[in-house]
Design a protein around this ligand. Structure first.
Ligand SMILES: [Zn+2]
Length: 263
């Protein structure tokens, strides 16, 4: 809650300053909740667990349906593991981590990890999924060149995020990918981008931070593969810090920040 400071007593001839607005410039505002189904589209196992899963858990608790769609199985993500074996391990870890936040629909498209190409094939696959799932909200991962910070983003995230945003329009155009045999879907109202350097909205995860941590910790082989001392392997520390940082712009409540785009 924002506390409004007491007004400064007016001196003779001086007008008292207006009361502080409830929302300050740069504050995050609550993500809309007037939707029922979401489809989360990301490149890799673990992308959703590095932040967004806390919001997914909150949505599950609220009775919303969320499905996961991953462009790859993350087979190139563990340095010391053969890609074929890695794909199996990471698929299993992703299904476990999804179940922890109430998600049972998890699909993989088998685009090549590390070499996802933006283009018609990816847009087609994502548009097909949108037509099948008929979501009102599409959740995706940072499609910008950089992370907040800034640090350089990876090509898979850029390609998948941009294709996901583009596929929302593709899914609604009956003349695109008509051979899929799926009716167009124009029901997506919102696109929420996690990990964006241009966050505008947030979801309160006070009640779901612990399950979000458990959801990331379910990626055990991946986290172990990062090696000792890697800050990305500290699920509790990382997610708690992220929630606190978003919370500094959200009335002090632990939160997941999103860039919200209207579609
Ligand atoms: Zn990733």
């Amino acid at each position: 809650m924002t506390t409004t400071p007491p007004p400064t007593p007016a001196r003779a001839g001086v007008t008292a300053p207006p009361a502080a607005p409830a929302v300050q410039p740069g504050d995050l505002v609550p993500l809309p909740v007037d939707w029922e189904r979401a489809l989360a589209i990301v490149a890799h196992p673990d992308d959703l667990e590095y932040g967004a899963a806390g919001a997914v858990a909150a949505w599950s608790v609220a009775g919303k349906q969320v499905a996961y769609l991953l462009a790859t199985r993350g087979e190139a993500g563990i340095d010391g593991m053969d890609p074929e074996q890695c794909a199996k391990v990471r698929e299993a870890e992703q299904r476990d981590s999804a179940a922890i936040v109430g998600v049972t629909s998890v699909e993989f498209l088998d685009h090549p990890d590390g070499l996802i190409e933006y283009g018609p094939r990816l847009r087609r696959d994502l548009a097909a999924a949108i037509r099948r799932h008929r979501p009102h909200l599409v959740l995706t991962f940072n499609h910008h060149d950089t992370w907040p910070g800034p640090r350089w983003n990876t090509p898979d995230h850029r390609a998948t995020g941009r294709a996901a945003l583009d596929a929302i329009g593709d899914a609604g155009n009956r003349h695109l990918f008509a051979d899929l045999g799926l009716p167009p879907w124009n029901g997506v109202r919102y696109a929420a981008v996690a990990g964006s350097p241009h966050a505008t909205h947030a979801v309160d995860i006070t009640a779901t931070l612990e399950v979000a941590i458990a959801s990331l910790e379910a990626h055990r082989a991946y986290l172990d593969g990062l090696g000792p001392g890697n800050w990305m392997a500290d699920a509790r520390g990382l997610l708690t810090t992220m929630a606190e940082q978003a919370g500094q712009r959200f009335g002090g409540r632990p939160a997941v920040a999103f860039e919200l785009l209207l579609t």
